[in-house]
Structures are given as C-alpha cells and as structure tokens.
Design a protein around this ligand. Sequence first.
Ligand code: ASP
Length: 359
Amino acid sequence: MKKACFLFLILSLVFSCRKNEKLINPKAQVQTNLSLPNDSGQSKFSIIIHGGAGTIMKKYMTPEKEAAYRQKLEEAIRIGHAILKNGGTSLDAVEKTINVLENSPLFNAGKGAVFTHEGTNEHDASIMDGKTLNAGASAGTSIVKNPITLARAIMEDSPHVMLSGSGAESFAQEQGLAIVDPHYFYTEKRYQALQKLKDKAISKSEFNIKDSFYNRDINDSKFGTVGCVALDKHGNLAAGTSTGGMTDKRWGRIGDSPIIGAGTYANNNTCAVSCTGWGEFFIRGVVAYDISALMEYKELTVQEATKEVIQSKLTKLGGTGGVIAIDKNGNLAMEFNTDGMYRATMNDKDDLYIGLYKN
Ligand code: ASP
C-alpha cells in the first residue's frame, strides 16, 4: 500500500512539473496550422531570397558585376531549393541559403559586411520557425563567421530569443560555431565606402549627427542585407535575415534585421517575411509582423499585404527598402520602393527567376 502511494506521488509530481514547464518555458512549442497539400496531393514548396534593396540601376552596373550578382544569387537559391526538393525543412533551406550569401563579399552580411563609424564590423541576424513561432536572433557580433547559424543555435539551444555582443559570441564559441578573426570581414570596397561617407559628412559640415544620418542617400549606406523565406513540403514556413547593418553606424546601433516582427517574421497561419532597407523605419513600422497581421486580421493576400505596408505605410513614414514573403500556399511576393532589389525565386517546378532592377 505504502509503495503504491509513493508511486502515485512520484507520478503526479512528474505530471505537474511537465505542465508547469509548458507554462513557464518562454520557448514552449506553439503548434500553428499546417498548410494543405496542393491538388496533386503533394505539398508545394518554394523559396525566395533577397540580397538587399537600394539604388540598383542598370546604368551603375557593368556586365561583369551584374553577372557576379546573378551567379551568386543562383548558387544560393539552388542550395535551398535542393534541400526543399529532397524533403528537407524550410529552416535548413533558409539557414544554408543565407550561409552562401554570408560567405560572399558581394553582400552586406557576413564576409561583405559594412563598417561601423569606428572601422569595425558588427553583424545582426535572426531566424523564425513558422510552425512553432520559435525564433532566435543575435546582434552586434564581430567574430562569428555565419550570424544566421548563430541565430538558429540561439533559437534551438538556448532558453533565450536574442543575444548580443560578447555574450552572443561566448555562446557561439560554446556551441562550437565557426569563429574568425575580425579582420576576416575586411573588404576594401566596404572600407572605402565608410571613408567616403565620413568625408562627405565633414565637407558638408554636418555637425548635427542625427540630421546627417537621416539626410544621407540610401545608396551611401550600401545596403545589401540578405534574407530568405521558404515553404517546405511539410507545409512549414521559415524566414531568416542577416546583415552588417548600415555603414557608419555608431554606439552599438542595431537595425531591424535581428528584431522579430520588424525585419523577420514567420507564421504557418499567414506567411514568412524577410525585410531589407533602412532599419530605423522598419523597426518603427513593425514591417514584417504588420504584413502577417494584415493577412491574419484583414484577410489580405500576401501580395496585397506587402504592397500596402511597403508602398503605403513605409513610404509615408519616409522609409526605403523592400520585402520578400511567401504565404502558406506558396504564393510569392516581392515588394520594394527603391530602384532595385537583388532577388531570386524558385518553385516546385524548378522555375528560376532572378531580378535586380525595378522592371
Ligand atoms: N535593414 C538593415 C539595417 O538597417 C540594412 C539593410 O537591409 O540593408 O540594419
């Protein structure tokens, strides 16, 4: 009898602990609805990437430069597409695709990150799982080779959503992620862009730092953030964004890219979104979540929602940039109010599209 009572006590303790764990664990799994398979009975899949928005115009391009961008965008999207085609997860597709762009000096993320006012490189990144609404983000790291991989590790292997600076770097080291000397991120092109911007500010006698920052041309800031959104065969959406931020940023400035809801968002009930552009405006407009909210509460399509938020709301606010988004049925949207946005899409029929300019 005593034994039975003891067993009952232990069982009820275990049961109540598990229940409490669900209540107190900030990252407890939330199961959202999965998308339905398409007519053929097999789920659709698709992927979109961006490599930043800005003054991307044919007249500023050489054929070699354009070919290099196209080639890298294609290489990256094919990595993610192959993962999805083989039945892999949208999270894997997003991370591995972004890794390719982070390892290229062409984009403002990872290797090609822009410089801070002090001449350093500080990376921001985030990733979100539309199935569970789990998310991970890192801000202001300088030695982690692939910030999107760190963001994913934070999501999966830490009890937190966002880590920053030296703490995030210690976590990356503990996780055995690739660590590099800060000099790895030096590229002459980005360094010269910083010098140019500083010279311009001095020649204009811009002593009001706030005005000088807001008066700059979008192209001065050398946008080039990278992002990826994907829908896998299991009906799960994921989104990720990685950036070096803005040239000449100061005081540990953090943009929208690592902020869930501003630069990145994913929810299986609505869509997956990754943003690029002037981060301050994307934070104030809560752009990524706003697109999802318009779909959830106003039943807008993904194209209608992205258009409304970028062409109306963001533009009225004075912000510039763009977004990529996929809905739970694989519908794609790419919207920007700049002259161009590096972008590519692939679907389950292997159709590849690569775009740089407006039309
Ligand atoms: N949104 C990024 C930031 O403000 C920059 C970019 O997308 O180019 O940090």
